[in-house]
Design a protein around this ligand. Structure first.
Ligand code: ZN
Length: 61
């Protein structure tokens, strides 16, 4: 089970907890940022592949 620290009271809590059980502070979810970075890297990778294909195509033609 993953654990993290509450940003408010610094208690060790479950990373799945949306609210700190000690102080009741709402915890920000990092999942959104990670998902965004994955999507961004996929877009960057496909753009890179497309660029290579265009470059190779232009070289052949
Ligand atoms: Zn807390």
């Amino acid at each position: 089970m993953e654990q993290k620290r509450c940003k408010n009271c610094n208690s060790i809590i479950d990373s799945k907890d949306k609210v700190c059980p000690y102080c009741g502070e709402k915890q920000k979810e990092d999942g959104c940022l990670i998902g965004f970075l994955i999507i961004l890297s996929v877009i960057a990778l496909s753009a890179f592949v497309l660029f290579i294909l265009i470059a190779v195509g232009a070289f052949i033609l």
